[in-house]
Write a protein that binds this ligand. Structure first.
Ligand SMILES: [Ca+2]
Ligand SMILES: [Ca+2]
Ligand SMILES: [Ca+2]
Ligand SMILES: [Ca+2]
Length: 330
C-alpha cells in the first residue's frame, strides 16, 4: 500500500520506489517536451530568404499595389483585407478591399517590411517560420511566424496577393514624377540612339524627336516652350531661356535652356516649334478648349520676344553709358 502522509512523506518502501520512477519518467517527459519546444524548427532558412529577397529586389518596385490581410486573435478592423498602395517605397494609403473605406496604415506593411519581419524572425530566432513566395516576383504571399511556442496568440501571420506595379508613363528615373530629369533622359536616349524601348514614348517603334514631343504634350500635358515645366508657357519661360545667353550660339542647350525642338541647341527653330504648338499664355494644356489661330500666337509671342530683347538691349546700353556719365565725359 502506498500512501502519502499529510506532510507528503512516503512511508512504504516499494510504493515509494514506484512513485519515484513515475516522477522521474514524468520529469524526463516534461524536460524532453520542453527541449523539443525550444528548438527552432525553421521551414525558412537564411539562404532561402536571401534568394527570395534578391528576386524581389530585382523588380526594383517602389510603386505598387497589393492586398494584404493579417490573421490574428484581434479586432475585426485589424483583420480586414487592405489594398495597400505603396509609393516611393512607403505606404501611401490602405483601403478596405470590400468597402473601399480607409484602414489604419500602421497595421499594414510594405513588401520590404514583410521581408524585414522574416529577417527579424530568423535573427531572434523565432521558434517557427512558415512562408510561401510568389515564384515570379519573389514577394511573400504567406508568412506565419511563431516567435515562441510557449506563448499563445503572439504569432505574426500575413497573407498577400494581387501584387501589381504602378508605372507612370514617361517616368524614366522612377521617382514617381514627370520632370526635367525624365525629359533629359529621353533626350539623351534619342541623341545616343538608345535601344531601350521604354523611351519609345509614342510607341511608334522608333526612338526619335517625336517621342520628345509626345512626352511634353501627351504625357506631361504641357506646351512646347514651357521651359520650367510648370504647366504653362508664358513670358517667364522666355525670359528664362533668353537669360541663358545661348540663343543662336553653338553651345549645347537643354530644354530649360531653350532647346525645345531637341536639336541640342537654342535657336529660331525652337521658337518655331513653340509657335506651332500654340500654347503661349493659354494656361495649362488641359484647360484649353479652343486654341487661337497660330498667327495670333506668333504675333503675340514675337511681340513679347522683341519687347524683351528691346528692354535687354536698352539695359545694356544704359550700363555702358553709366560709367561715362559718372565721370562727366558722356
Ligand atoms: Ca521622374
Ligand atoms: Ca517613338
Ligand atoms: Ca512655364
Ligand atoms: Ca533647339
Amino acid at each position: 500500500m502506498t500512501y502519502w502522509s499529510s506532510r507528503n512523506i512516503c512511508t512504504d518502501t516499494c510504493g515509494c520506489w514506484r512513485n519515484a520512477r513515475f516522477y522521474v519518467a514524468l520529469w524526463l517527459t516534461v524536460t524532453i517536451a520542453n527541449l523539443v519546444c525550444t528548438i527552432p524548427t525553421y521551414a525558412l532558412t537564411q539562404d532561402e530568404l536571401d534568394a527570395q529577397r534578391a528576386l524581389w529586389d530585382a523588380q526594383s518596385a517602389t510603386d505598387y499595389d497589393y492586398v494584404l490581410q493579417r490573421e490574428c486573435f484581434c479586432l475585426d478592423e485589424a483583420r480586414r483585407p487592405g489594398l495597400v498602395q505603396v509609393r516611393q517605397a512607403e505606404i501611401a494609403s490602405v483601403v478596405d478591399v470590400e468597402t473601399g473605406q480607409p484602414l489604419d496604415a500602421k497595421i499594414y506593411r510594405t513588401i520590404d517590411q514583410l521581408f524585414d519581419e522574416l529577417q527579424r524572425a530568423i535573427d531572434l530566432p523565432a521558434d517557427d517560420i512558415q512562408t510561401e513566395f510568389d515564384a515570379a516576383i519573389g514577394y511573400p504571399t504567406s508568412l506565419r511566424i511563431d516567435f515562441d511556442f510557449g506563448i499563445a496568440d503572439e504569432e505574426l501571420v500575413y497573407h498577400a496577393r494581387e501584387f501589381r506595379t504602378i508605372t507612370v508613363a514617361g517616368d524614366y528615373n522612377h521617382d514617381g514624377m514627370l520632370d526635367i530629369d525624365d525629359l533629359e533622359l529621353l533626350t539623351n536616349a534619342i541623341n545616343t540612339g538608345s535601344p531601350d524601348r521604354q523611351f519609345d514614348a509614342d510607341q511608334s517603334g522608333a526612338i526619335d524627336r517625336l517621342d520628345r514631343l509626345y512626352w511634353v504634350r501627351e504625357l506631361k500635358r504641357t506646351w512646347i516652350g514651357d521651359a520650367d515645366l510648370n504647366g504653362q508657357f508664358d513670358t517667364h519661360d522666355i525670359v528664362t531661356v533668353v537669360r541663358t545667353g545661348k540663343y543662336e550660339s553653338i553651345e549645347a542647350a537643354t530644354w530649360t535652356q531653350g532647346d525645345w525642338n531637341g536639336d541640342g541647341t537654342f535657336g529660331s527653330g525652337d521658337f518655331v516649334a513653340a509657335f506651332d504648338d500654340g500654347g503661349f499664355e493659354l494656361g495649362t494644356r488641359g484647360s484649353v478648349v479652343a486654341v487661337p489661330e497660330p498667327s495670333a500666337i506668333v504675333l503675340s509671342l514675337t511681340g513679347c520676344l522683341l519687347g524683351l530683347c528691346s528692354r535687354y538691349w536698352t539695359r545694356q546700353q544704359v550700363r555702358r553709358k553709366a560709367p561715362a556719365a559718372v565721370l562727366g565725359t558722356g
